[in-house]
Design a protein around this ligand. Structure first.
Ligand code: ZN
Ligand code: ZN
Ligand code: ZN
Length: 133
């Protein structure tokens, strides 16, 4: 019997660790890739590349979140929907990153979003105050 080493379990199936694991493994599921000389590959196939984009590219992740929630998750409204990062971006911006994982996104209407953003900012200020002299 051959002992096949199982790939390290990623914390989410669409993210094999970090925002690019590199080194010949699929950035999405972590399987080893067959690399042709002179060509770099990130994913084992189309399904993985799509799933990965949906959880790391802001434009794709945003669209996917809107499609998933369809309503404001706080008040159930469906007008002027926006997508909120549950774990705030704080300066990280909208560059491709693990901040856009599906479970970190929620759909909010504009007024709920403003409320949440305000709370997040207040929480950050409170944390900052602890470090201030
Ligand atoms: Zn894969
Ligand atoms: Zn709302
Ligand atoms: Zn990720």
């Amino acid at each position: 019997m051959i002992d096949v080493e199982a790939p390290a379990a990623p914390d989410a199936s669409y993210c094999a660790g970090g925002w690019y694991a590199g080194c010949g493994t699929c950035a999405c599921c972590g399987v080893e890739l067959v690399l042709e000389p002179g060509r770099s590959r990130w994913f084992c196939g189309k399904a993985c590349s799509k799933r990965w984009r949906l959880n790391h590219w802001w434009t794709e992740a945003r669209r996917a979140a809107l499609k998933r929630d369809r309503h404001c998750v706080k008040c159930g409204g469906w007008k002027r929907l926006e997508v909120n990062h549950i774990e705030p971006l704080v300066g990280a911006g909208y560059a491709t990153s693990c901040a856009h994982h599906a479970e970190n996104l929620e759909v909010l209407c504009r007024s709920c979003h403003q409320g949440v953003t305000k709370d997040q900012a207040a929480a950050r200020r409170a944390e900052g105050a602890e470090f201030a002299a």
